[in-house]
Every structure is written in C-alpha cells, then in structure tokens.
Design a protein around this ligand. Sequence first.
Ligand code: PEP
Length: 255
Amino acid sequence: MGKQLIAGNWKLNLTVTEAAALAQALATESEELLHRCDLLVAPGFLALETVRSAVLGTAIQVAAQNAYHEPKGAFTGEVSFAQLRDLGVYWVILGHSERRSVFGEHDELLARKLKGALDCGMLPIFCVGESLEQRESGAASTVVKAQLQAALSDLPSDVAARLVIAYEPVWAIGTGLTASPAQAAEMHALIREELATLWGEASGKSVRLLYGGSVKAANAAELLGQPNVDGVLVGGASLQASEFLAIAAASCETR
Ligand code: PEP
C-alpha cells in the first residue's frame, strides 16, 4: 500500500516572507499527518530556498512550478533542472494548464521538458486535462490520451516509478467546479490503462495519479477515496495551512 501525495501549488501567490510563514506552519503542524500521507508544496522560484529551509528536517517535499529543459545558455529568464537540483529541489510541476494556456506551452515543448527533467534525475508532476469545451463535446478522453502520448511515448518504462501524473480538468481549476468523484475515477482509470498499454501493467501501476481542480477540505475525502486516485494537486486551498492540512487528513492508503 502506498501513501497518497497531497501537493500544494502556490502559483503566483505569497511573498517570500509569507511563503516562509506558511511553510513554517505546515512544518510544525503536520508531524502526525506525515505518517499517513506525503506532503509537497510548490512555492514560486524566489521562495524555493526559504521554504526548503523552513521544512528541512520534516518529510515535506518542495517542488518548483516549472523549469526549462536546456541545462544552460542564452535562455533569458529561464531556470534549469540542474539549478533546481543544486538548490536541493528535486520535484517539478510541468504542463500545468496555466503554462499551457497562458504561456503557450505546447505538447512538443512539454515532452522536451519532461524528458529533460527525468534525464536530470528530477521527480516530475506532469499535468494533463481537458477544457470545458472539449468535455462538453465529448472529447475529454481523446484530449487526455493525446496529451499523455505526446509526453510519454518516447520515454522508457523505468521512469514510471519517478513520475506523477496530475489529471486536472481545466474547467475545474480555480473555478470552484470540481469533477464529480465518478468523473475523476473514470479519467484516472483511462490514464492507468494508457500507462499499462505503454509500459506494461506493473510500471503503469507504479505511476502515482493525482486529481486536481478546486479540491478543498469539504470534497477531498470523496475524491481521495476513488480508485486510482493516489493524491491531489491543490491550488487555492493550499494557501491556508489549516485547509491544506485538513485535505491531507482526508488521505488514505492506496494500491
Ligand atoms: C491547480 O493549480 O493545480 C489547481 C488545481 O488549482 P485549484 O485547486 O485552485 O483549482
């Protein structure tokens, strides 16, 4: 049985001082919870080092929200996986829908980023998900499958144990709308099936699958109780220690 992963994406929120205070609160209040689930927070780049220091000595993991696949060079404004590793940050979120839609990150670039992260020994959380229009037109499964194939088809099965995939329906991110437990379970089953087809059943099973999209304390238990849901990726509700820890308290062991 594996622990569920409760991950908080702080997005472009919190100053370094505020991020330090939130990390400190999580570090002091999560000791008991860390026996039953894995906790991870993703602050902005500027706060990574401060947050990492604040949670040092606890099992809380720290992730970057993005990075670039080239190791160095003329890429003004970018941050490499090697730079993150040097800071002691091994986790990275890639392909978040805001990166895809606001910053125009397309499947091909994301495949390069994912490969770059894995080659560098990072632990990526790779996000996929359909828009409202795509769901309403019945294309949700096709879209998610295509996103998975674009990112994973050239990768060997031995990356599976280091990979986390987050299913985040775009229409549920920051909107207050949540996929129903049945919708989440259905898409997670499809993702699991795709992974098994690509890498075989055992490797497919070793990928942790997170659900994301307006998760809060009030709906976490039901979502976390679905088959193939190995954790959640939380945006807005991860900005308050008490709410985030209440979500973590709803976690259970899976698989
Ligand atoms: C996210 O940013 O990945 C997310 C799921 O946001 P929210 O929980 O606010 O919908």
